[in-house]
Structures are given as C-alpha cells and as structure tokens.
Design a protein around this ligand. Structure first.
Ligand code: CP
Ligand code: NVA
Length: 306
C-alpha cells in the first residue's frame, strides 16, 4: 500500500504515470464520461484548516469516480478535543477506503499514515502541498512547456516552495527560488532536493533577487506571503516582502511565452498585481480545475497499488 504524503516518496516515472492518468481522466470527464474507477468507496477528508479548492475537488472527484466523500472538520470530530492521532487513524481507516488530511504538521500527517489501514493523501501541511504540484505540472504539460522547463518561484519559502523543490529535483528541471532574506526555504528540504538533483540533473538556484530568479523562465509562480496560521505576522511580512510582487514589470524579464501560475487563494496587490493576475487568469483557473483531474488520478493510482 502507498500513501501520497510528499513527492519525495515518488519516482519520476511514477509522477509521470499519474500525470498521464490525469490527462486520460480529464479527457473522459470533459466528454462527460464518468468511469466508476472506485465504486462504493468512501474518501474521509479531515480538515484542520480552511479550504475551497481542496475540499471541492476531492469531494467532487471521489463522487465522479463512483464513491463518496466524507467531510470531517477537526472542529467537529474528537480529534479537535484531543483524541490522539493514532486512535483517530485506527478508527477512521477501518471504516473508509482512503483518507485525505489537511493539517498543521507533516510529522503528524506521517504519524497518522503510519497507523492507517488505507492510503493517506496530504491535502497540505506546514511543509508540503504535493497534490497542488501535480495539478501545476499537469497544467505545464498541457501548455507543452515540459521540455527545457525553467520555473521561477518568487515569494515566501513555504509549503508550496518546498513542493516545487521536490518536483524539480525528481523530474530534473530548473527551478529558481527568490525569497526575501529571512524567509528562505527549510535548509533540510533544500539539502534533500539538492541531493536528488545530483542524479536527476535538476538545477536549483536559490537567491534573494526576484530579477535573477525570473530571467528567461518559462513558468513563473508565487504564493501568498501570509500562509494559514501566520496571520499574526501579517504586518511584518507585508513590510519584509516589498519588492517581491510579481507584476508586469518583473514579468518582462521572463520568457515572452511564459505562463503564470498561482495555487490560490491570491491576494492581489501583494504577491501578484491585479493586472498580471487578470492577464493570466485563464491559465490560473485552468490550474485550479486541474486539481480535480490530478487528484482523481492520484486516488485511482493509490487504489490500484494497494
Ligand atoms: N490551493 C489550495 O489548496 O486551495 P484551498 O486552500 O482553497 O484548498
Ligand atoms: N502557503 C499557503 C497555501 C494555500 C493553498 C498556505 O499554507 O496557507
């Protein structure tokens, strides 16, 4: 049995196999063909944090696959009142067929998975957001940008950045990360990514200068400066991130055909300008829709590998 906790656990071939499956399932879905790949299966969806895309895409996705999604807010289940993760996992995994969790801690997610009888999917933690990256890469492939791929990530060194590091390391593309000083990526995750990059041929460049990061790249991306749980730091962060907005002026230095991606929600006027966001909105909302298709593929793949 496999879990989907971080891209670190997946080979390049496995990632590409899931992407191919996502393309196939997306085509079927667009043609209104809803193959019941997972009939009568239940997906438990535990949320300790807010969500629009993750909830809607997983719940719709499992329904389209022939199953049903069970939304479990941690405020409503005993986990929120202190029932241990180990017990919660051992109970829920005896009743459902697959579990998705969004929580505050990759460590706790891994603990949950270690007790689970069924595959567990990371729906975002403090460290990683791997399902988002599968949707992002699907979008890149559908724009035919996978060859000589050069990605610039401008902004906070957070769960999205760490996931980009892992994707680049595994698939072997060039990733340039620009963060303000003091907001760099976790050094442990960077070291792991650099180690994997030695065999995959990935090129990872870390800088504090957005102009260096963006030069000639074919995909430009960012994320909020204030992730969920960091609300108290908002004012300080807004000051510290000045100069890191992705706007038309910065984007001029990217390849002229570059696409702009954003995992959303976007805070316009902060990490991205209103103007640039609207210019690239077709791609951004296609990326959001791809959450549905990519995650259906992840669920079908995990179901096949148990
Ligand atoms: N991108 C993303 O995961 O969005 P939600 O927080 O709305 O799920
Ligand atoms: N870095 C953001 C991503 C939201 C999808 C957060 O963790 O809040």
């Amino acid at each position: 049995m496999r879990h989907f906790l971080t891209l670190k656990d997946y080979t390049k071939d496995e990632i590409l196999e899931i992407i191919d499956l996502a393309i196939k399932i997306k085509k079927e879905t667009k043609a209104k063909i809803f193959k019941k790949y997972m009939p009568n299966q239940t997906l438990g969806m535990i949320f300790e944090k807010s969500s629009t895309r993750t909830r809607v895409s997983f719940e719709t996705g499992i329904y389209q696959l022939g199953g049903v999604g069970l939304f479990l807010s941690s405020n409503d289940i005993q986990l929120g009142r202190g029932e241990p993760i180990s017990d919660t996992s051992r109970v829920i995994s005896r009743m459902v067929d697959m579990i998705m969790i969004r929580n505050d801690s990759q460590k706790e997610l891994e603990e949950f998975a270690s007790y689970s009888k069924v595959p567990v999917i990371n729906g975002l933690t403090d460290k990683f957001h791997p399902v988002q990256l599968m949707a992002d890469y699907l979008t890149i492939v559908q724009h035919n940008l996978q060859d000589n791929l050069k990605v610039a990530y401008i902004g906070d060194g957070n769960n999205m950045t760490h996931s980009w590091l892992m994707l680049a390391a595994k698939l072997g593309f060039e990733l340039r990360v620009a963060t303000p000083k003091g907001y760099e990526v976790d050094s442990d995750i960077l070291d792991e990514a650099q180690k994997i990059a030695q065999t995959s041929g990935a090129k990872i460049i870390i800088t504090n200068d957005p102009k260096i990061a963006i030069k000639d790249t074919t995909v430009v991306t960012t994320d909020t400066w204030v992730s969920m749980g960091q609300e108290a730091e908002k004012e300080q962060r807004i000051k510290d991130f000045q100069g890191f907005i992705v706007d038309e002026n910065l984007m001029k230095d990217a390849n002229s055909k570059a696409i702009f991606l954003h995992c959303l929600p976007a805070y316009k006027g902060y990490e991205v300008s209103q103007e640039l966001f609207e210019k690239h909105s077709d791609t951004i909302f296609e990326e959001a829709e791809n959450r549905l298709h990519a995650q259906k593929a992840i669920m079908v793949w995990l179901d096949k590998h148990r």
